[in-house]
Design a protein around this ligand. Structure first.
Ligand SMILES: [Zn+2]
Length: 429
């Protein structure tokens, strides 16, 4: 007992020396972190404002406006960004983090020969490169044979295990039996790049299964090449597509459709999908229908451009391949129709981190202004993908911000000069 008293006495004396603070009356909260960003200009998702500054509080934008009207509150850290333009974090509309460029390894071999572990390891590097390029959100449209690996990848990013963009994942994607690939001999069953499903029961079950395992969006292939060396043709029936959209929408998930033929695009549009991916052979009529029904087109011009070059097209030399010529024609019709445009390159066909390639091509070869593509990759994609918490620099939205050298509203190449990336107020580059 004596020992105990002595020990206790010693403890009490040393505690008194340090003048312990009074017991807290409220549970401790994380300290507020304030950051004032002073770039040369702010692109708010719509318009460029010279001399504006942005105040970030924890993971959100607290204020934005002219420097003279916005002074740093006590305790705020100021980040001087001379010569830089601050933008909302870019939103990639169409990526496949579990694929790598087809000129490195053909798609068939990635699906059939690469283990899921290898593909996931690559995907972690792809996620890091995407974020470093200023893309703080990505809609990742199918694992192409890597099961539900995108769900785990998204969790690893959310838990801070690896750096990467905020992900909207599609998981396995849906195809009509027999319509997809890889295709070897008729005598061998090989794993497919997406989940086959047909008919009422099969489709309802597959959609619910993907949602239950973590799909944020349902991706469906509304057309595809049924055999090698033939053009794409429609796959799912109108009734099947309607059922996919009904089942997904009733669980609060949108549906996105891969479609390049007028018939596949028409059926997908009538079923009520959110976006149509590619649309290479779209006609004036089908774009008009899309506009009427509020379905957006994600044209992915960079994918066809990359694939044509992998097949031997030397850009700038000789005639353009038919595929590229056709794409220019359909893009003209799409723009004349006034259909909404989502922006995404089908990254994975080409290198992750090179996401800006789509924006560059749209400006340099498809007649868009730098402002068109900037709006598209920020506020436009946020609106179409129904992400009201991002895509603009406005008080209350997520502090996902990118600073680039120069003025990207004048020169799209400035998007390659990424100097700072903030995701949820945290500097990640
Ligand atoms: Zn794709």
């Amino acid at each position: 007992m004596a020992l105990l008293v002595a020990t206790l006495g010693c403890y009490l004396r040393s505690a008194a020396l340090f003048a312990a603070p009074p017991a807290p009356t409220q549970p401790p909260t994380a300290a507020t972190v304030l950051l004032l960003l002073r770039p040369a200009a702010v692109f708010d998702g719509e318009t460029l404002h010279s001399g504006w500054v942005v105040l970030v509080e924890n993971d959100r934008i607290r204020a934005v406006g002219p420097a003279a009207q916005l002074t740093a509150p006590a305790g705020a850290r100021t980040l001087e960004l001379p010569g830089l333009t601050l933008l909302p974090g870019l939103i990639e509309g169409h990526s496949h983090l579990l694929l790598h460029p087809y000129n490195e390894t053909p798609w068939n071999d990635q699906v059939l020969l690469e283990s899921e572990a290898l593909r996931v390891a690559r995907a972690t590097a792809h996620a890091r490169a995407t974020l470093a390029a200023g893309f703080t959100t990505a809609r990742d449209l199918g694992t192409e044979g890597a099961g539900y690996a995108d769900v785990g990848l998204k969790q690893a990013i959310e838990q801070g295990v690896i750096p990467g963009p905020r992900l909207l994942v599609a998981t396995r994607a849906l195809v009509a039996t027999g319509s997809y690939g890889p295709k070897l001999s008729a005598d061998v069953e090989v794993p497919q790049g997406a989940q086959e499903a047909d008919g009422v029961d099969g489709i309802i079950r597959a959609v619910r299964e993907q949602i239950g395992k973590g799909a944020d969006v349902i991706k469906v292939y509304a057309d595809y090449r049924w055999g090698p060396n033939e053009p794409s043709r429609a796959t799912f029936s109108q009734d099947e597509l309607n059922l996919i959209v009904q089942t997904a929408n009733s669980a609060g998930r949108p549906v996105v459709a891969h479609a390049s033929t007028p018939e596949g695009m028409r059926r997908a549009t009538l079923s009520g999908v959110q976006t149509i991916e590619h649309g290479d052979n779209g006609t004036a009529d089908v774009f008009k229908l899309m506009k009427q029904r509020g379905v957006a087109l994600c044209p992915t011009v960079a994918a066809g451009d990359a694939i044509s070059q992998y097949r031997g097209w030397h850009k700038g030399q000789g005639p353009e391949p038919e595929r590229i010529r056709q794409k220019r024609e359909s893009m003209k019709l799409a723009r004349q129709s006034g259909v909404q445009l989502a922006m995404g390159g089908d990254v994975g066909v080409f290198a992750h981190g090179d996401n800006v390639r789509e924006a560059e091509l749209l400006v340099r070869e498809y007649g868009f202004t730098p402002l068109d593509v900037l709006r598209g990759f920020t506020s436009g994609n946020a609106r179409i993908f129904q992400l009201p918490d991002r895509g603009r620099i406005q008080p209350g939205l997520l502090a996902d911000l990118v600073a680039v050298a120069g003025d990207p509203t004048q020169d799209v190449a400035a998007l390659r000069q990424v100097k700072l990336v903030l995701k949820g107020g945290v500097e990640v580059r």
